[in-house]
Ligand binder design. Structure first.
Ligand SMILES: C[S@@+](CC[C@H](N)C(=O)[O-])C[C@H]1O[C@@H](n2cnc3c(N)ncnc32)[C@H](O)[C@@H]1O
Length: 253
């Protein structure tokens, strides 16, 4: 209705997203690490792909107001409910990160939990990084967490399909995932079945697998300087086997 193109992720996942990616201590740790990258100076914070606010809400407790862009009305609805409950200074914005713009300059822009990988075209991934870079104030930071191509391929052990089950701590709960690699192993299709107390939910998603060097290239093209790369929010050193990577970039002062 407002012309925002949405891949439909929230239509499928919004109802059980917070169960798969809980608002837990690891999300708090991510918020802590992101807050440490914020240059301060009264500058704002912008999330690309805010989802249900798993990171934006705890981050707003540390750095003040966060603006969160997402193309999914369903994910934003979940976010609004939590903002109200926690009285958090997070502003949901319905938009597409490939063409998002506003009138503000931010100290920190971040795009985490593999949102960048959900964009399946390299030029459109570049567009999202460029839109993020444009919103940074001088000295501002961009942080990207996304799938690491070599680490994901390692999981497939040389085959084109694999499946795995992750039991969750609560009884009778877990995530079963069937995965396929397509188009020269650059695209990863994952169908998930979420089991909880005898009921199940099914959702399929697609990711474009990038190397960290490719994302560094997008950032450099957007005028940023690569600064730091780790494997997770506990600062585990990056290796080719890391499933995800977290990269930070800075805009010149
Ligand atoms: C895996 S969730 C991550 C949510 C949140 N960042 C977190 O860490 O829990 C990815 C989110 O990105 C959103 N998304 C995917 N492509 C997008 C696009 N082009 N523009 C805006 N949002 C997008 C999805 O709707 C979804 O809410």
């Amino acid at each position: 209705m407002d012309g925002v193109q949405d891949i439909g992720y929230g239509r499928v996942f919004a109802g059980f997203y917070d169960r798969i990616f809980p608002k837990d201590g690891y999300a708090d740790l991510a918020a802590e690490k992101l807050a440490a990258q914020h240059p301060g100076g009264g500058l704002g914070t912008l999330e690309f792909g805010v989802g249900t606010g798993r990171i934006a809400i705890p981050l707003s407790e540390r750095v003040g107001p966060v603006r969160g862009v997402d193309s999914s009305p369903e994910m934003l609805e979940e976010l609004r409910r939590d903002i109200k409950e926690k009285n958090a200074p997070v502003t949901p914005v319905h938009g597409d990160i490939r063409n998002y713009t506003d009138d503000e300059s931010y100290g920190l822009v971040y795009c985490v939990c593999a949102t960048l990988s959900m964009i399946l075209d390299p030029q459109e991934q570049q567009a999202a990084i460029s839109r993020a870079a444009e919103r940074l104030a001088p000295g501002g930071k961009l942080v990207v967490e996304t799938w690491n191509r070599s680490g994901v391929l390692e999981m497939f052990e040389g085959r084109d399909r694999t499946s795995y089950f992750i039991p969750y701590p609560e009884p009778n709960t877990g995530l079963l995932t069937y995965s396929n690699l397509v188009q020269d192993r650059m695209l990863w299709q994952a169908s998930h079945i979420w089991f909880e107390n005898g009921s199940s939910n099914v959702g399929t998603e697609m990711a474009r697998l990038t190397t960290p060097e490719e994302v560094d290239g997008f950032a450099v093209e957007a005028g940023l300087t690569p600064e730091h790369r780790v494997a997770d929010w506990m600062d585990k050193p990056y290796s080719e086997k890391s499933l995800l990577f977290i990269a930070s970039y800075s805009r010149e002062k």
